[in-house]
Design a protein around this ligand. Structure first.
Ligand code: ARG
Ligand code: ZN
Length: 467
């Protein structure tokens, strides 16, 4: 959901220096370097992610005590070397101090260089041959602390009065676990969180167990479909939990902060119907669980489509709920390849909120588009063009959401419902649990509709100003 845009746009200077990371990595490979690069090559966030390996699974054990914000963790990561490695990085912010790192059970040398605030540099005792599977175990502890994104908003482990609101888009995950934080490196997760008795810890996927010992409770969650690290949560607080099934038989688990219960009940009641509706339009619900987390953390200013169970900073509106649930298809199943592809997430989710509004007897998609088009050419809503937000502080701009949603409604009107929804369904099916670019979508839409849509997408996605 377009969050209340913060007036303070911090760190503008950090906005997008087109990095040489990709080129540098290539060169290093050619020269036979055995060092994994310290970024995954995204021009908007050059030091995000790492090179030289892919992660298959994260097993996280966390212990959190809200008083003092003390967070301690053990991360056990299963990965595979994509080249011969004598050294590689994980992303972990230095608010977490690493006590030891083990690679395949042998102690490794680990450094947190002061100049690179999110890198953990690991030198294993034995070289990892290309193609080898390996296990990294990291023991760490520190103060649970958020970071500020380029657009000024809080991200990561965001302490609350009763726990923590945990979000990770676009760059918060390394505030609480060591990770290859590239949206392209999808993995499965088991998240175990030990919290004082009386508090809940809510993560993604299925709740496997809840065990109380010595006045503390360990919550264990398991997600068996691969997701990007920005979609993982481990939110802690006082929650009232309810469960049920959608009409299609997808189980849901909804956790609501007691202070938000009264305000959210009517909207949350619609969750199963919204998911069933999107299933009819977009195809089978892509995960085995669903639900929502409603916290009381309004200073966060946004909601996030954390996989299987979106998180809200307050009782959501119906359209925000629909927006986040649609992300389970667009964003969480087919995920952007680079941050400049954000339209594939936000434009699609916002269009879906329009679609739900139409379906539930509100305004039609056509009315939403007309309303958008009635805004004057000098309205801020038209820039930047959603297909190229240009700088990393603009990825969540209103244009990406609203002009982005308008793009899909205009496409729907141009091609007709039948072809349009064939494209929408086929697109998720083609990229299920993978990543894609805006260019891949526009080519796909042209191919499926047998139309040359070059001009249409140029006007809607790439041209400056009102389409
Ligand atoms: N993806 C979220 C949504 O559905 C927005 C996340 C905004 N995050 C941020 N750090 N500003 O709208
Ligand atoms: Zn969104």
């Amino acid at each position: 959901m377009p969050f209340v845009r913060s007036a303070c746009v911090l760190v503008l200077s950090a906005a997008v220096a087109v990095s040489g990371t990709v080129a540098a990595t290539g060169a290093a490979n050619r020269s036979g370097s055995t060092i994994g690069s310290q970024g995954a090559g995204d021009p908007y966030f050059p030091s995000q992610g790492n090179g030289g390996y892919n992660v298959g699974h994260y097993d996280l054990y966390l212990r959190y005590t809200p008083s003092g914000q003390h967070l301690r963790g053990t991360a056990t990561i299963q990965a595979r070397a994509t080249k011969t490695l004598t050294r590689f990085d994980l992303d972990l912010r230095h608010s977490m101090k690493v006590s030891s790192v083990w690679v395949n059970g042998t102690k490794a040398v680990a450094k947190q260089p002061a100049s690179r605030t999110q890198e953990l540099v690991i030198t294993p005792k034995h070289t990892l041959p290309k193609g080898q599977q390996f296990t990294v175990r990291v023991h760490y502890a520190g103060v649970g602390k958020a970071i500020h994104d380029p657009d000024g908003s809080l991200d990561g482990w965001i302490p609350t009065s009763d726990g923590a609101f945990v979000a990770g888009e676009p760059q918060g995950a390394p505030t609480w676990f060591p990770v290859n934080n590239s949206p392209r490196d999808k993995a499965t997760y088991r998240v175990m969180v030990n919290v004082p008795k009386g508090l809940a810890a809510i993560s993604n996927g299925a709740l496997k167990s809840r065990v109380t010992k010595h006045n503390r409770t360990t919550w264990t969650w398991k997600l068996t479909k691969p997701i990007s690290s920005y979609l993982v949560t481990a939110t802690v607080g006082k929650y009232k939990i309810t469960r049920g099934h959608t009409g299609d038989g997808v189980p849901y688990l909804i956790a609501v902060d007691p202070s938000q219960q009264a305000d959210s009940a009517n909207v949350l009641r619609k969750l199963p119907r919204i998911l069933d509706f999107f299933t009819t339009r977009y195809g089978k619900y892509p995960f085995k669980q669903s639900g929502a987390i409603v916290d009381n953390a309004p200073y966060v200013g946004y909601a996030l489509e954390t996989a299987t169970r979106p998180i809200f900073d307050r009782a959501p509106s119906e359209s925000t709920l629909a927006h986040e649930l649609a992300h389970e298809w667009y964003g969480d199943t087919v995920t952007l390849k680079r941050w400049r592809d954000i339209w594939l997430n936000e434009g699609f989710a916002e269009f879906s909120a329009w679609l739900w509004d139409e379906h539930s007897g509100g305004q039609t998609g056509a009315q939403h588009l007309n309303q958008l088009m009635s805004l004057s050419a000098n309205n801020e809503i038209w820039n930047p063009p959603p297909g190229n937000p240009r700088t990393n502080d603009q990825i969540f701009s209103d244009s990406v959401y609203e002009r982005g949603a308008g793009t899909l409604q205009a496409l729907r009107e141009k091609l007709g419902n039948k072809t349009f929804f064939t494209i929408m369904r086929g697109w998720v099916a083609a990229h299920r649990y993978g990543n894609a670019t805006v260019g891949e979508f526009t080519s796909y839409a042209s191919a499926v509709s047998h139309r040359d849509l070059t001009h249409f997408f140029h006007v809607w996605l790439y041209k400056n100003g009102k389409p």
